[in-house]
Design a protein around this ligand. Structure first.
Ligand code: G16
Length: 544
């Protein structure tokens, strides 16, 4: 290691005194002005990880759904997954090391993780549209170069596009070409192939209004437009030319507030959707003729995809048995879980919040559908399932089975299997709706969501809350879970839980019950319990 270069460059990216940050749900997140040293050091970490696994690693500068003033960094492992959990601790150590200790910490990581510093390193970099992102990505480059690493800067890309590039690069092109053109070509081709199989393909016309959260999704969808024929009409709203990123718009705003985004004019029964700030989440919605807003969140997206895949798998099953499961988190609406288990008869698993947990669980199945209620999700196909499906397309004599296998093959190519991807998920949903001849209202009517409410409470230190049972029960502070249990008892069909956010300095509260009034009242009572038992800051939460 070039100690002199490390000293010189770390002095250019000093750590603000007394600032401690932790690797959260999806990397580091904070006010952008606090992050220069973190991203420089994550450049170092990415180079170390690359040397350790002899593969290209990705770094995305983004704070996704957070306000425009925040920023953050997500690290991408070789097959496009989130950074391996065993390295999260190294990331936190490196981010918080005193400047004079940095070399020692790097050496310790090399020893613990068996990193040979003489090996080559390769890192792919991407960034979102935040004003602070360009400068921060330059600091990432400094970190990579200090350890002699090579880099490719993709500039402005969505988070899932960067995950895709990393996977393509490390699979020697088997997953696709590691270019934006390669991504657009692969997805648009699979989408158009699927649509061709639709009975009404002759009169096929897709109109969809898309709120891009004033973020990167707008830029990338515009770039993708020429890859589609004229019949596919995506109307882009909140493209970032007028308003601030994520301000009163985007998937997180729509999901949390259960209302339409600003800047999108919605006519009755029109299908609309929202991306988040880095385009890795999507939710759908519409307004009925009476003016009521209907949210179609990640749970209903997972349900639609599961229905479609299950039907196709049933058609090819006589030839090859494939197991399928859905992975959710504690935020999944109780009625979605009931529908999947009792009506669709698909096994459902619950894991902790964070794509890394869902992705990991979904890898256990031939077909693993995973979605967070907030709209972050995808489908994973096992290698064995993929090989079998591709073989059936080539060899199956029975027309119906071959057609089903062909649809599955196109789904495999259309779905970004590396991570949740708003663009890819949107195309998957649009294709399924067209193939099944379903309107957004039919889709919404699959089951009725239990009324629910998401709240946030600020406390002095959110880490006083520790949870268990996939975050459904609080272990600390003492007495909190007992209080929540007693409150839940007061309402019908009720459920509530609390957990510290890993992306914002807040405690999150979720409640559901038989009516919206009861869900709101329960959420408020639980938020008061958190405020009093976990050291709330400022004024106590007000009723909704
Ligand atoms: C990230 C994670 C998601 C998680 C969300 C909220 O999303 O990738 O898995 O659901 O944060 O996490 P928390 O409740 O811990 O704040 P994004 O889209 O913001 O990167």
């Amino acid at each position: 290691m070039d100690s002199e270069a490390l000293r010189k460059f770390s002095a250019l990216h000093p750590r603000p005194a007394g600032l401690t940050l932790h690797y959260g749900t999806a990397g580091f997140r904070s006010a952008a002005q606090h992050l220069d040293h973190v991203v420089f050091r994550m450049g170092l970490l990415a180079a170390l990880r690359s040397k350790a696994v002899t593969a290209t690693i990705g770094i995305m500068v983004t704070a996704s759904h957070n306000p425009e003033e925040d920023n953050g960094v997500k690290l991408v492992d070789p097959l496009g997954e989130m950074l391996h959990p065993s390295w999260e601790e190294y990331a936190t150590q490196l981010a918080n090391a005193e400047e004079q200790e940095l070399e020692k910490v790097v050496t310790e990581i090399c020893q613990k993780a068996a990193v040979n510093l003489h090996k080559d390193a390769s890192v792919f970099i991407g960034r979102d549209t935040r004003p602070s992102s360009k400068k921060l990505s330059q600091s990432v480059i400094d970190g990579i170069q200090v350890l002699g690493g090579q880099y490719h800067d993709y500039g402005l890309v969505t988070t899932p596009q960067l995950h895709y590039m990393v996977c393509c690069q490390n699979t020697q092109g088997q997953y696709g070409k590691a270019t934006l053109e390669g991504y657009y070509e692969k997805l648009s081709k699979a989408f158009m192939e699927l649509i061709k199989q639709s009975h009404c393909s002759g009169e096929f016309q897709r109109h969809l209004k898309i709120d891009c959260a004033n973020g990167i999704g707008a830029l990338k969808l515009s770039e993708m437009k020429p890859y589609f024929p004229q019949e596919v009409v995506f109307h882009i709203y909140n493209d970032g030319t007028k308003e601030k990123l994520n301000h009163l718009c985007g998937a997180d705003f729509v999901k949390v507030h259960q209302k339409p985004p600003g800047g999108l004019d919605m006519k009755p029964n029109e299908r609309c959707c929202s991306f988040d700030g880095d385009a890795d989440r999507i939710v759908y919605y519409y307004k009925d003729t009476a003016g009521h807003f209907h949210l179609i969140d990640g749970d209903k997206i997972a349900t639609l995809i599961s229905i479609f895949l299950k039907e196709l798998l049933a058609k090819v099953t006589l030839t090859y048995e494939m197991n399928m499961a859905v992975v959710q988190t504690a935020y999944a609406n109780g009625n979605s879980t009931r529908y999947l288990q009792e009506t669709l008869k698909v096994p459902v698993h619950c894991v902790k919040t964070g794509v890394k947990h869902l992705h990991h669980k979904a890898q256990e199945f031939d077909v693993g559908v995973y979605f967070e209620a907030n709209g972050h999700g995808t489908v994973l196909f096992s290698k064995a399932a993929e090989t079998k499906i591709r073989q059936l397309v080539k060899e199956e004599k029975d027309n119906e089975k071959r057609e089903a296998a062909k649809m599955l093959e196109n789904m495999i190519d259309l779905i970004n299997q590396t991570v949740g991807d708003a663009v890819s998920d949107m195309l998957v949903i649009e294709a399924i709706l067209a193939l099944k001849g379903l309107s957004v209202q039919h889709w919404d009517a699959l089951y009725a969501d239990l009324p629910n409410r998401l709240l946030k409470v600020q406390v002095a230190d959110r880490r006083v809350i520790d949870t268990t049972d996939a975050e459904r029960r609080a272990l600390t502070p003492p007495g909190l879970q007992e209080k929540i249990d007693a409150l839940v008892q007061k309402y019908r069909l009720a459920r509530a839980f609390v957990r510290p956010s890993g992306t914002e300095d807040v405690v999150r509260i979720y409640a559901e019950a038989d009516t919206q009034e009861n869900a709101d009242a329960l959420a408020h009572e639980v938020s008061l319990a958190v405020f009093h038992l976990a050291g709330g800051k400022g004024a106590p939460p007000q009723p909704i």
